[in-house]
Every structure is written in structure tokens, then in C-alpha cells.
Write a protein that binds this ligand. Sequence first.
Ligand code: TTP
Ligand code: MG
Length: 363
Amino acid sequence: MKKIIHIDMDAFYASVEIRENPALRGKPVIVGGDPHSRGVVSTCSYEARKFGIHSGMAASIAFRRCPDAIFLRPNFALYKEASRKIRSIFLDYTDLVEPLSLDEAYLDVTINKRGIPYATRTAREIKKRIFQETGGLTASAGVSYNMFLAKIASDMQKPDGLTVITPEDAPGILRKLPIGKFYGVGKVTEKFMIEHGIRNGADLLRLSKEELICTFGKTGEYYYNVVRGMDDREITPEREAKSLGTESTFQQDITDMPELVSFLRQQAVEVAADLQKHSLKGKTITLKVKFFDFRTITRSRTIAEYTNDPEQINLVARELLLKTEAEKIPVRLIGVTVSNFYDPEPGESGGMIQPEFDFGEEL
Ligand code: TTP
Ligand code: MG
């Protein structure tokens, strides 16, 4: 039997914002668009959820429900940074990691790199490391014997939950599960199903495979199986990255060159470790610097030999840094990326795929 963990960060964007500004802790915090125009809520803290506020809602409605809430615009670079950290933690346990979004991933830990015999213990350790290594963000974990059930489990005791669904538990949980909570059932399908008397797993169980296929096509077969706790999907690891990098936004802009140089060294060490973890070597080293006024520059150099050596990456990145105006202009963010990988089987890996934690879409 497989051992699958699903990890989902709690109130992700909002939690990152609260970490950045601890004065927000305990308050209703809403991340999204402008409440006084046509903005939409991306997410909100659990305190805001008590007012009936949720993702996807018009921010103006959220404002009416809780005028005292703190409304923030999203800061994607920060979320990507946290996402990159959690993914690197996952890879310490298994290469079979399938991210669903910035804050969510499936892990197959049937065989895990640390030799931990229990998936539950692995999940507990991952949660703890996420907390420690992202500056106090919490995640909820679900543990089960397939992807469908692991995802249901992670949602059962949010926030900061750890839920296991065993083969014995599964039938009872699935019978009670509201139809909208079945992964793959979106708002439209949910409405359709409820209109046809399918409100939960128990209702779904009454339908034959033929009826379901007739109504929903191939998805019907999926519904038939998952409501019986059957899901034989395999975890598909992230498509091969074409670059690996890291970046840090500083709490306060930095003007001191030695301090920047020392940050850069840390980043070179991190990137090198990531490359080694993936058994990759690259030839092009790119430095990214964002100044206090958000002006962003990137500088690259391609070296003669493929490398994943922290010293060599650091050396090149530092030379690139010394040629920038970083000494004169306060720096808000720096990052190092290595690309141009050695590819033993050219053609295997498809086109240019930029991982999400590569350069952000910010200015
Ligand atoms: P979710 O995991 O769905 O939500 P969440 O992490 O904020 O809260 P929780 O998991 O504790 O219920 O989504 C992850 C992030 O994706 C979320 O923080 C913001 C973003 N998001 C949107 O921008 N729009 C949306 O409609 C949703 C659902 C999420
Ligand atoms: Mg989440």
C-alpha cells in the first residue's frame, strides 16, 4: 500500500503577510484586490473567515461584512519565496513531489529518503520544519493510502492539522463528505449534483458506474472509484526545471556591501544544495537585484564548466554584484539562479520550463 501525504499551507498569502507584519496577528486580514473597486478576495486569515469572508468573494462584500478588516494587496514574490522553501523541504523526504499550487503538494513517501518508517511521523516532521524554516508559517497535512484521501485528510483539521485516513476510516468519512468537497467537483458540478439529489458521498454511492459514466463521461468513472476510496493515480513529479534559484527580500533595505556579500554567499550555498539534491549542474549564473525603488536588474555570466559548487557559484555571483550600483543604492532583494543545465539526454525534457520560483512577475 502507498503512503501519500498532502500538504496545504494555512491561509497562505494572509499568513505570509502576518509573518511580515506581526502587528496583524489575531486580526481579520484580507489579501486581494481593492475593496472599493472591483477587487476579489484572494484569501483571508481565519479571523476574517468568522465574518463569512472567503477566497473568490468580491472584496467590496468582504468590506461590508467586516469594515475593520485589514485589506492588503498581494505580494507574490514573498509567496514564491515561501513556496520554494517548502518545496525544498519536501525534496528532503522524496523526489515524488507533485505541487498543485504555490501552497500545496502531494508527496509519495512510500519509500522515503530519510528512512522514516511512518508517513505520519514524516508529516509531523515536515510540518515542524516548515514552521521553523519559513519563519512560523503553518501547514495542514493529510496522510493516507492514495492522493484523493490524502487531500481530503489535509482539509479536515485546518489550520495546523495532521489527519490520517486509514482504510478502516475511509468509508465512513467518504459517506459523510459533502459533494462539493470531492476533488474535481467545482461549483457548477456541485450545483448540478445537488439539484439531482447528490449532496454527499452516501448519495453518490447509490449510483451505478454506468449511470455515472452516462452522465459525467470519464469523470463519472473517477467519481465511482473515489467514493469507494479507490484512486490509483500516481504522483507525477514536477516537470524538469530549467533553472534553480533562490531570492530573499530583506526586512529593511541593505546599503552595506559586506552584508550583501554575506547574504549572497548563503544563497549560493542554498542553490548549490538544491542543485546537488536534484543531481544537476549548470553553466549560467544569474544575479538579480531589486533596489529600494523596485527597479530590478539581472546580470548573468556563463562559465566554462558545469557546476553545482557553492564556492564557484558564490564567486561568480559576487563579481556580478560588485559591478552593480548596490553599494550606492539601497537593496531590497537579491537572488541567485543557476541555469543552462548539463542534460545527459537532450530532447527528454521538452521546452523551456521556468519553475514558479524563478524571477517573479513583479517589476
Ligand atoms: P488555498 O490553499 O485554497 O487557501 P489558503 O491557503 O489561503 O487557506 P486554507 O488552505 O487554510 O484554507 O489557496 C492558497 C492560496 O492561493 C491562497 O492563500 C491565495 C490563493 N488563492 C487565490 O488567489 N484565489 C482563490 O480563489 C483561492 C482559492 C486561492
Ligand atoms: Mg492553503
